[in-house]
Design a protein around this ligand. Structure first.
Ligand code: PBG
Ligand code: ZN
Length: 325
């Protein structure tokens, strides 16, 4: 008589060894990118509200932190520079350039340094670009012009990658052509291709001093960041940024947009990054602190989801926590 196995699919879940052997996605430290903040005029480093193991660093403490991270195997960083002065135009990126130079002078090609390119930490109103006179519109091309200036300066200072996070149209093409004509042809572009208008950016805005002011006609970033209910817009942006020459495309946030990541990484073959944003991290950290979840397992579960959905690059505040064997 034909034997009907009591179990079949379950057999590979029964012990650790078979579970390890049968995994389809694996995580590696080499795919993690650690965000870091450096703040002009700060006297001593301070923790970022809501996040464990993340600081607003001074230039000196940042170098020490990066050294420690390199020792624990983290080699890739996404740098956010917070200037001490706010402007409406004539932005100054010297502080950022100085930090980039110092980091690259100290660590050279031992690390890969991506630098965020945006204006929200610079502007008096906290929006990601230059406003029109009536303060109800972020001007597209005037903003792109400013982003190009920043990207060129970061590239000249030694950034390995520039990462525009503003969500204006045409910035990838503009940055690519400016870099190419100013000796920056080896500088990569990581585009925030599908960056959604999300409630999960709170701790970051504290850290980067970049919350948008509550202007009457422009109270939030919904006129430039993507609408969570429009995955087709995300696809169009991803294709556009790939065509314009982005080297890495990103979906952000991560866990609420796994469907988008899965679709885009299938539809647009490229190098895909996901940004597990500050609010997602804070949620995991709170669960852990309150004893409601094992933070390490929750973290690995989130990262596994990103890999399953097609991300090669994982930008995570928990990168430095030595969670991978
Ligand atoms: C804006 C920017 C944001 C983040 C990085 N750059 C979002 C925003 O303020 O709208 C969020 C990152 C995070 O929450 O970890 N240029
Ligand atoms: Zn911004």
């Amino acid at each position: 008589m034909a034997s009907v196995a009591a179990i079949n699919l379950r057999r590979r879940r029964l012990n650790r060894h078979l579970r390890e052997l049968s995994r389809e996605v694996r995580l590696a430290t080499e795919q993690l990118v650690q965000p870091v903040f450096v703040v002009d005029g700060l006297r001593a480093r301070e923790p970022v509200n809501g996040l464990n193991s993340v600081w607003r660093d001074t230039p000196e403490t940042l170098l020490k932190q990066i050294e420690a991270d390199l020792e624990s195997g983290i080699t890739k960083f996404l740098l956010f520079c917070v200037p001490s002065e706010k402007h409406e135009r004539d932005f100054n990126h010297d502080f950022a350039a100085t930090q980039i130079q110092a980091i690259k002078a100290r660590f050279g090609s031992d690390l890969w340094l991506a630098v965020d390119v945006c204006l929200c930490s610079h502007t008096t109103h906290g929006h990601c670009g230059v406003l029109n006179d009536t303060q109800d519109y972020v001007r597209n091309d005037a903003t792109v012009e400013q982003l190009v200036i920043a990207a060129n300066q970061f590239s000249a200072a030694g950034a390995d990658c520039v990462a525009p996070s503003d969500m204006m149209d045409g910035r990838v093409a503009a940055i690519r052509s400016a870099l190419d004509s100013h000796g920056g042809e080896r500088t990569a572009i990581m585009s925030y291709a599908a960056k959604f208008h999300s409630s999960y950016y709170g701790p970051f805005r504290d850290a980067a001093n970049s919350a948008p002011a509550d202007l009457e006609a422009l109270g939030d970033r919904s006129s430039y960041q993507l609408d969570p209910a429009r995955p087709a817009d995300a696809l169009a942006c991803a294709k556009r940024d790939a065509d314009e020459g982005a080297d890495i495309l990103m979906v952000k946030p991560g866990q609420p947009y796994l469907d988008v990541l899965a679709n885009l990484s299938r539809e647009v073959p490229h190098t895909w990054a996901v940004y597990q944003v500050s609010g997602e991290q804070a949620a995991i950290d709170v669960l852990d602190e309150q004893g409601l979840a094992d933070g390490k397992r929750a973290q690995l579960e989130a990262w596994t989801g990103f890999a399953r959905a097609g991300a090669q690059v994982i930008i995570s505040y928990a990168a430095r926590r030595r969670l991978l064997a």
